[in-house]
Design a protein around this ligand. Structure first.
Ligand code: UD1
Length: 429
């Protein structure tokens, strides 16, 4: 297993170009199942997660070609025919969002057998809302031995679906299924994350009829077929936010480019409140902090446009060295504080009680070996390591590789002392 070693203390100066959004890219890739024409996705991130989904889609009959286009990495997906509607456990368990092929498979072929994604370290993460939505659209669904067996031989039918609470995955899944349904579907209490808007815009460019994009009510008039498209993936707001926090933590001045600051406005407000400088630019944002210690501020995670749960661990790392006590409340996922004991290994003072973590800022962190537990938690350890005195080694970096493209390269370009140590499986796995 690879590790990442960081010698803390260097200020960051430079520019970091932001990649395409992972959470958008994987849903857009799944949308290729809905048409027999090619779907060309530009501004694609090259990540373990997009690779996993590519493997699964190939298995279902999609031709997946990754190539360098005029504007950087792109992927062309083409499913003239869906040759299999079976998504096996081995491929779905690698990445939970693979489950979202279920809706498109039913919509395109009238049936599917897809593995349940199973639990996950950041809470139970069931898929009941996904299945309820597909049932409401007329799919007959049985669960046996870890698999979903779905049938809709005469196609799906539009329905009104009100989600009991906001779910990004269920909103996207229902949308992917409803675009080819007979009649009108109304999704109420839909999630409004920018990645959902991106998926809706791409589907509309393919000929779908989705109204209410970027609002909590989506009205989808089913169409008989969708066509191919060229679509540019929106910038990754979580990557943007992560480097914004890294710059505030390490100090210095970092310009984040090829992105959108409005996607992370709630985070930027908190970073400013804590005492760092934030300047919006045409294609991103500049984060600057010279010397002064940050102040503790409280945050509570919420669906978009609230504070993103995917930035909670990073912000907690930032608060470990702030002046005062910060209360961080996680409302989206249960059990999303696995980074706390690892941050404590670096000297952080954090007490967790239920969904709340109290972070008392310390004068300094000290480098130590730590272990990545999930994607966002692992990058919080990198951020803490950038500011800690001495060397921090982050183990199990395959979590990072799922969601951060060329992390060491992007940070070293700004002066961070960070390097990957290639491993051969001798970690404490
Ligand atoms: C997506 C993102 C993830 C992000 C999350 C919240 C992707 C690939 N992942 O995950 O990075 O952290 O949104 O912004 O886009 N829930 C149920 N039943 C369901 C579905 C969800 O109880 O059927 C619960 C979950 O356990 C969680 C909450 O709803 O507590 C929100 O989850 P959801 O918005 O669905 O997150 P994901 O789509 O899994």
């Amino acid at each position: 297993m690879d590790r990442i070693a960081i010698s803390g203390g260097a200020r960051l100066h430079g520019e970091i170009p932001i990649s395409g959004a992972k959470n958008s890219a994987i849903k857009l890739m799944a949308a290729s199942l809905l048409t027999d024409e090619p779907v060309r996705l530009t501004n694609m991130p090259r990540l373990a997660d997009t690779r996993f989904l590519g493997m699964l889609l190939r298995r279902l009959g999609v031709e997946v070609v990754e190539r360098d286009g005029p504007d950087g990495p792109e992927t062309v997906l083409h499913a003239p025919e869906v040759t299999s509607a079976f998504a096996p456990y081995d491929l779905v368990r690698q990445m939970r969002a693979s489950f979202n092929v279920l809706g498109p498979l039913i919509a395109r072929t009238g049936h599917a057998k897809v593995s349940l994604p199973g639990g996950c370290t950041i809470g139970a993460r069931p898929v009941d809302l996904h299945l309820d939505a597909l049932r409401a659209l007329g799919a007959h669904i049985d669960l046996h031995e870890g698999y979903v067996y779905a049938q809709a031989p005469r196609g799906l039918t539009g329905a009104e679906i009100e989600f009991p609470f906001v779910s990004v995955g269920a909103t996207e899944h229902a949308m992917l299924a409803a675009v080819l349904a007979h009649g009108v579907t109304v999704l109420k209490n839909a999630a409004c994350e920018p990645e959902i808007g991106d998926l809706a815009n791409c589907l509309n460019a393919m000929g779908a009829r989705i109204e209410g994009v970027d609002t909590a009510t989506l009205t989808i008039t089913g169409v008989a077929r969708l066509k191919g498209v060229t679509h540019s993936v929106i910038p990754d707001r979580i990557e943007t936010g992560t480097y914004a926090v890294a710059a505030a933590m390490a100090g210095g001045e970092v310009r984040l480019t090829r992105t959108r600051s409005d996607f992370i406005q709630t985070l930027l407000d908190k970073i400013e409140e804590a005492g760092a400088d934030v300047a919006h630019t045409n294609d991103g944002v500049i984060i600057k902090r010279n010397g002064a210690r940050l102040r503790a501020v409280d945050v509570e995670t919420d669906p978009f446009p609230g504070f993103a749960t995917d930035l909670q661990a990073q912000f907690m790392a930032l608060m470990t060295m702030a002046d005062g006590e910060s209360v961080i409340r996680e409302t989206v996922f249960e059990n999303r504080f696995m980074h706390v004991p690892e941050l404590a290994r670096l000297g952080a003072d954090i007490a967790v009680s239920g969904r709340e973590a109290r972070v008392r800022g310390v004068e300094r962190l000290e480098g130590a070996p730590v272990m990545a537990t999930d994607l966002r938690a692992s990058v919080s350890l990198v951020i803490a390591g950038l500011a800690a005195r001495g060397e921090t080694t982050v183990n199990r970096v395959y979590h990072l590789d799922r969601g951060f493209e060329r992390l060491e390269e992007k940070l070293s370009a700004c002066g961070a002392q960070i390097r990957r140590i290639k491993g051969d499986g001798d970690d404490e796995e």
